[in-house]
Design a protein around this ligand. Structure first.
Ligand code: MN
Length: 703
């Protein structure tokens, strides 16, 4: 096929990532190096694009890099027949248009010199300094990793090591891949397919994670054209057909413009065509496509507050489709993306999706980490080397997001990489993580946000928030209510995790059933491997300190209909007399006892596991862990302990967390002479002035 004829480039040009005229660049490159006082024509595009984002940038270093790259690649040609220098130039232009800073562009011009020419790393260091040298070296290593085709897991580890230290290496790699994909038409079909698959499996997920939407969508379309030529052709025909029937979105955008003008809100309203893959996905989802499904409206404003003003006007003057509303400004996505998403119906019922964001958000949405500027530049001053101002990163004041070389996702990845027991485990979990196409954001009760993959549970949240310390997690509150650690979190939930003070506590093997994220799985697997006694042969006492929810001793007289069995009370639902209970034999002759309404019971039944009859023994003495939430006040502790003593219960252990925002949380492990007295005791504790919640270590799963 001819790359020009079938590539989605013409479509992507409309989306604002203009393609460059490679033939023209080729000719310009052939003219040889620049005269001393003037950039060569081919570099003119790069310089213009760079100046558009960084008006004060010093272009002399770029000129120097171009001269070295051009002279060292001279005599080399691309498979297409074009001079090799057209490739680093094209890669650099892609990055310049995304707003990359000068150091990245310098390294990008030189990115293939060390690999393919006489130029050495030492020479690059001597002429351009350590930073450029480091980036060129990283890209060179990545190149080898990519095409060396070593064992897959090891390959990925190496990629990560190369990129992990500086995300700009990955920016260059992504732009390099984009240009290679654009010019893939000259390769044999098998080779095209092989490269397209690596792009699909590795580079596109990384582009998504790094927030480089402009590269991601174009790469997706290029892969789509190669791997699914028929669907691609069909989608192309649909888009062409829609273009001839008049633009349904243009009419709505005109209405939106008028509404905003009348409201006095300065805003730019654009129609953004969806890329091919997005149109294709919509078609699979909806069947028939309407005219408004071929694009979205993009409203660009000056200030954050204007976004909400626009939203208010749209929801007032049009019929909003409330289910489509998402606020990624209050809760930015893991890859820094911020926007308001909504959809409105016009008078004829046609629904248009609308994205509302500031110009700054737009820049980050399109270019992700590439737009974050020089990570070595200080927040309030220009960078040391290139005179660029602070990047967008300086404006994002949210903990892990402030270091553009280490976006949260990347630093998590590096931590797992170090923690993973072997490359296979790492690879498997990583691939699962990359395959998640959606993330959720939850609020931490202590303030701040956590980005988790869809389907993540409280176990995942614990490891995301506390790392290894999550081994001590006892329980969780979601939206203020105590819930089992297995609870699946939803976008926008507020989660609070309760940790044991006892540093020797550890996770239970059941946690693996609830861990969806690589971080949690690797950490739990690692801990269990290092503590075989926690999994290993049963003993008569339950693994109190390793129970997932609370310190809890068995009453040792739960009665089982199975001779010789050891009984353990399940940590997930902490049964106490007189709860209705069911037991299931598990490994090593142990019977694990759950409350009848526990979700684990349904799950075991679904697996066709035979329950055994269990009942509580005669003695009704019981040990239970209670959480007490209260407002701080004098004598509170004294009143609570007095109430406990009055009920005849003994305090086995008690911890009181330091008050935060006037709230105090207590954890009491109590021994009751009679389990039947538990609810009365809890009521009495709840009646103590200042106490607003008393709850057992876990609510039943169905609560
Ligand atoms: Mn290259």
């Amino acid at each position: 096929m001819s790359a020009e004829a079938t590539s989605p480039g013409a479509h992507s040009r409309r989306r604002g990532l203009p393609r460059i005229d490679l033939r023209r660049l080729g000719r310009a490159a052939l003219l040889g190096p620049a005269s001393r006082d003037r950039l060569p024509d081919a570099m003119g595009h790069v310089a213009d694009a760079h100046r558009a984002h960084h008006p004060d940038a010093d272009l002399s270093v770029l000129r120097k890099a171009y001269v070295l790259a051009e002279s060292s690649h001279r005599g080399q040609f691309r498979k297409s027949g074009e001079p090799y220098i057209t490739h680093p130039l094209a890669v650099t232009l892609i990055l310049a248009e995304l707003g990359a800073e000068t150091t990245t562009l310098t390294a990008s011009l030189l990115h293939d010199t060390v690999e393919d020419t006489e130029v050495t790393l030492d020479q690059v260091r001597a002429e351009f300094g350590d930073e450029v040298c480091y980036l060129v070296d990283g890209v060179t290593k990545l190149e080898k990793v990519d095409y060396g085709a070593a064992a897959e897991p090891e390959t990925f580890r190496k990629m990560l090591v190369a990129t992990g230290n500086d995300v700009r290496v990955m920016s260059i790699k992504l732009a390099d891949r984009l240009h290679n994909m654009r010019t893939l038409g000259v390769m044999r079909p098998e080779k095209q397919a092989r490269i397209a698959k690596v792009t699909r499996d590795v580079l596109i997920p990384l582009a998504e994670r790094l927030g480089v939407q402009a590269l991601k969508t174009e790469l997706e379309d290029l892969v789509f054209a190669i791997l699914h030529p028929e669907e691609y052709a069909h989608t192309r025909a649909l888009i062409a057909e829609n273009a001839t029937t008049g633009d349904a979105l243009a009419a709505i955008s005109e209405d939106v413009r008028r509404v905003l003008r009348e409201a006095g809100i300065a805003a730019e309203v654009l129609v953004r065509p969806r890329h091919f893959v997005s149109v294709h996905r919509s078609r699979l989802k909806r069947g028939e496509l309407r005219g408004t499904d071929f694009g979205r409206l993009l409203v660009l404003v000056g200030e954050d507050a204007d976004c909400y003003a626009v939203l208010g006007e749209l929801h007032t003057c049009f019929t909003p489709v409330i289910s489509e509303f998402k606020d990624f400004i209050a809760a930015p996505k893991f890859n820094l993306y911020q926007s308001l998403h909504t959809a409105v119906a016009g008078p004829d019922g046609a629904v248009a999706e609308v994205l509302i964001r500031t110009h700054q958000m737009h820049k980050v949405a399109e270019a992700g980490v590439v737009a974050l500027g020089n990570p070595y530049a200080s927040v309030d001053g220009p960078g040391p080397a290139d005179g660029t101002g602070p990047g967008a990163g300086a404006e994002i004041q949210d903990g892990e997001r402030t270091d553009p070389t280490r976006p949260g996702w990347l630093s998590r990845l590096l931590e797992w990489q170090q923690a993973a027991p072997d490359p296979d485990t790492f690879w498997t979990t990583l691939r699962a993580d990359l395959a998640q196409d959606r993330e959720i954001t939850v609020f931490r009760a202590e303030g701040g946000l956590l980005g988790l993959s869809a389907g993540a549970t409280c176990v995942d949240a614990a490891y995301a928030q506390y790392g290894e310390a999550a081994h001590r997690c006892l329980g969780a509150r979601v939206n203020g209510r105590l819930t089992p650690l297995s609870t699946v979190l939803s976008d926008g939930d507020t989660v609070q995790l309760l940790l044991a003070q006892d540093a020797s506590s550890g996770p239970s093997p059941e946690w693996l059933d609830h861990a969806r994220t690589a971080a949690a799985r690797i950490a739990i697997t690692g801990w269990l491997a290092a503590h075989p006694e926690a999994v290993g042969p049963p003993d008569a006492t339950p693994r109190a300190s390793h129970a997932p929810t609370a310190d809890r001793r068995s009453t040792a007289n739960a009665v089982v209909d199975l001779p010789g069995a050891t009984v353990r009370l399940a940590g997930c639902c902490t049964p106490v007399p007189p709860d209705a209970v069911t037991g299931f034999p598990v490994r090593g002759g142990v019977v694990r006892v759950h409350r009848q309404e526990c979700r684990a019971v349904d799950r075991m039944r679904a697996l066709d596991r035979e329950p055994v009859a269990v009942s509580w023994g005669d003695a009704s003495e019981c040990v239970v862990t209670l959480y007490v939430a209260s407002f701080g006040r004098p004598r509170l502790l004294a009143d609570l302990t007095e109430t406990i003593a009055t009920a005849g219960a003994a305090i086995v252990s008690a911890t009181v967390e330091p008050p935060s925002e006037q709230r105090v949380r207590h954890t009491y492990t109590l021994e009751l002479p009679d389990a039947a007295g538990l609810s009365a005791l809890m009521r009495a504790m709840r009646d103590v002035p200042g106490v607003y919640d008393v709850s057992r270590a876990q609510h039943p799963a169905t609560a």
